[in-house]
Design a protein around this ligand. Structure first.
Ligand code: T5A
Length: 209
């Protein structure tokens, strides 16, 4: 897919999947190819969104699943209107650390909220899907071990139980099976340099398709 008009690329995966390294590698690769890359993350990415992120991830609050879903979409609606649509309109590549697939995986799969509600929010308040999604797939225990190895306190969602994250992973994989053209599964259990190589190969293939 030639990148001569705005494109949206998302990176997804469970906890500790290694999104940060991959994000930086993609950004550098596309930058070296002469493209303007606007990087962002979810929840967050705007002043309002970053405050919503703090609320969502703080272990001090008990947030019911429905409120969690709506807060994720509040942050996303702000991000889409304030940053993503204008950047795409200027022909830039927007690279985001998570997007709507995360709501299907975490609030749909993990929390068990009805998929129809998430689809309605996506349709009415987001209106766009990524052109390419790189799904960093990793076993739940390996991901949690990596997240813990950062030495920081776990956030509210990271404190969930293993079965929650098993459902998250399963939902991501189901979505990848449903949309194989858009969602590319990357084996994130490999060493970092091998993960980055696999990601950049997938990206190059997509750009030349
Ligand atoms: N969320 C988000 C929802 O529930 N619904 C939604 O709609 C959205 C958008 C925040 C949380 O919000 C949830 C999902 C999340 O729980 P986040 O910002 O992605 O989302 O969460 P973070 O905590 O910032 O992300 P993580 O740290 O969990 O994942 P990363 O970024 O994938 O992990 P990273 O890159 O920091 O790596 C973790 C550690 O592993 C090492 C790294 O060096 C680091 O120490 N590592 C590796 N080690 C060995 N081999 C490799 N290949 C490695 N790759 C990384």
């Amino acid at each position: 897919m030639p990148l001569n008009s705005g494109k949206l690329i998302s990176i997804e995966g469970g906890e500790g999947a290694g999104k940060t390294t991959v994000f930086n590698a993609i950004r550098q690769y596309l930058g070296e190819a002469g493209l303007t890359v606007v990087g962002t993350r979810e929840p967050g990415g705007t002043t309002v969104g970053e405050q919503i992120r703090e609320l969502l991830l703080s272990p001090d609050h008990r947030i019911v699943p429905e409120a969690e879903l709506l807060l994720m979409f509040a942050s996303r609606a702000q991000l889409v209107q304030e940053l993503i649509r204008p950047a795409l309109a200027q022909g830039h590549v927007v690279l985001t650390d998570r997007f709507t697939d995360a709501s299907f995986a975490y609030q749909g799969g993990g929390r068990g909220l009805p998929v129809a509600h998430i689809e309605a929010l996506e349709r009415d308040f987001v209106g766009i899907r990524p052109d390419l999604t790189l799904l960093l797939d990793l076993g739940v225990e390996q991901g949690m071990a990596r997240a813990q190895s950062r030495g920081q306190a776990l956030d509210r969602i990271e404190q969930e139980r293993t079965d929650f994250f098993l459902r998250v992973r399963e939902t991501y994989l189901q979505r990848a099976a449903q949309e194989p053209q858009r969602i590319v599964i990357i084996d994130a259990s490999q060493p970092q340099d091998a993960v980055v190589r696999q990601v950049l190969t997938a990206l190059a293939r997509w750009m030349s398709a």
